[in-house]
Ligand binder design. Sequence first.
Ligand SMILES: [Zn+2]
Length: 94
Amino acid sequence: MCVLCRVPARSHRPHRMSRYVFARYLPGLVGETRRVCHVIELPDDGTVPATLTALCGQSFPPCVLEQMSAWAGMPCEMCVLQTPGTEKQQEVER
Ligand SMILES: [Zn+2]
């Protein structure tokens, strides 16, 4: 049984928030104005798909992104709107 949500292990799925990663283009690949921080939802099984699609609908090959553990730089507005629980994340580091 999962100690966090008390769901029997057999029917337990990973916690949603851990499946979201923050990512933006690596430096130098695009103009600084396009290096906004997107949120990407990963599949349940922990694999990384060949093409990563951000919540805003923009897709990326994995090799062009740097991954971050939280919002950094300028956030993608569409991704912010699509992210669950963003009410708590209004304070964005700039
Ligand atoms: Zn985005």
